[in-house]
Ligand binder design. Structure first.
Ligand SMILES: C[S@@+](CC[C@H](N)C(=O)[O-])C[C@H]1O[C@@H](n2cnc3c(N)ncnc32)[C@H](O)[C@@H]1O
Length: 268
């Protein structure tokens, strides 16, 4: 009798966490299609959980807009300060304790304020990335982490985004991605600049001379590819073919589908 009860309890425990567990993934991760982008973000999450200090955290979301890519376990114990230049993005932000309308290039915090700075899908929009990174470096505590997610300018999607006009980005979001609100106030896409420091090798060289150690870096297939394969299979097949041809023709082991990257830096 006791044994049966114990077994029932264990079985219940095995079943219950799946249904009643506290959510751990942010909606932004759940919305990603299965693929390399999601895998890399999960790796980033496990590094954050392992490397951030226990207890309350001071987090700065630079250009945070209204979406966070941080694991919920980190967000729950964090005091989040978001800085964004767009009034609508600030108004729509519902996860930050402090929301500041400001420009990352000039807005400054007291030195050693933050355990973690996240700048996700932002540096490609900023004209002076050097000023932004200098501000981040000063605002990080020693051993603090800086997570940057950005498009890879040396990829097929990076080249197209960099050299095409903003109206084309809006058209792509509306008609290929199916985002009816694209280009409306407070909605992506935002105008891009692609400062040279957006290129991962330049960013790493800058980090090396500014006391920031690379602890994770990964270029990965842009989530636009799996998204397109589902929504527009013919177009996706053509683009896949173009990428494969470029990969075969270009010298070195380049994958032109690697449209985005994650890099995590630690302040020494
Ligand atoms: C593509 S959105 C990314 C938002 C959010 N991080 C995400 O991944 O969903 C780019 C954000 O950067 C903000 N931004 C662009 N330039 C900025 C600047 N100079 N200072 C502050 N925010 C800026 C935009 O207003 C926008 O909210």
């Amino acid at each position: 009798m006791t044994e049966t009860f114990a077994l029932d309890t264990i079985q219940k425990k095995l079943v219950e966490p799946a249904t009643s567990a506290i959510p751990i993934h942010p909606q932004a991760l759940l919305d990603l299609p299965p693929g390399e982008a999601k895998q890399s973000l999960l790796t980033v999450h496990s590094i954050l959980e392992a490397k951030l200090p226990a207890g309350p955290l001071a987090v700065y979301e630079a250009g945070g807009g209204s979406t966070s890519f941080l694991p919920l376990g980190v967000l729950r114990r964090a005091h989040v300060t978001v800085v964004d230049i767009d009034e609508d993005q600030i108004r729509n932000n519902d996860y930050a304790q402090e929301a500041i309308l400001g420009d990352l290039q000039t807005y400054r915090f007291p030195s050693q304020s933050f355990d973690l700075i996240i700048c996700y899908n932002v540096i490609e929009h900023v004209p002076d990335v050097e000023a932004v990174l200098a501000g981040f470096s000063a605002a990080l505590k020693q051993n603090g982490l800086l997570l940057i997610g950005a498009p890879n300018p040396k990829s097929l999607s990076g080249v197209v985004t960099k050299y095409s006009p903003h109206w084309f980005h809006i058209w792509f979001y509306r008609h290929i991605r199916g985002d009816k609100k694209a280009g409306l106030p407070g909605h992506a896409p935002f105008p891009t600049h692609f400062h040279p420091l957006v290129t991962l090798s330049n960013l790493e060289a800058f980090a090396a001379v500014h006391g920031l150690q690379v602890i994770y870096r990964r270029k990965y297939e842009s989530p636009r590819y799996p998204e397109m394969r589902k929504r527009k299979p013919m177009l996706a097949a053509l683009i896949d073919l173009a990428a494969r041809t470029m990969n075969a023709l270009l010298p070195g082991k380049i994958d032109m589908r690697h449209g985005d990257y994650h890099v995590m830096l630690r302040k020494l």
